[in-house]
Design a protein around this ligand. Sequence first.
Ligand code: SF4
Length: 107
Amino acid sequence: METDKKLKLEAARKAYTDKIKSGELQRVIPLDPIEKAKKNPKSLRAAINAKCYECSCYERIEVTKCTAKDCPLYDIRPWQREQEETVWRIILNERNRISSDDTSYLL
Ligand code: SF4
């Protein structure tokens, strides 16, 4: 049963990867928090995320480690509940996706 699921998932991933390679599908490059805020200027959440991202030298991991408890955004800053390991994995995945045509992230 579990093996059957894995095989189906693997086949779906391969089909998706093949479509990207052939140009049938285009890869979606994720927007960074500032781009997201510009795309949705009425969103307070997007604005807060963008501000913290900018304040932390454009590194999400630094937002998780923010120690500025006097900052009005401190208690509502993004990504504060994410584990450092998780944030690093997200950052590396985003960078890999943006910087190469490698589709191995799909696997
Ligand atoms: S909460 Fe921290 S990261 Fe966000 S704006 Fe304030 S000081 Fe910067």
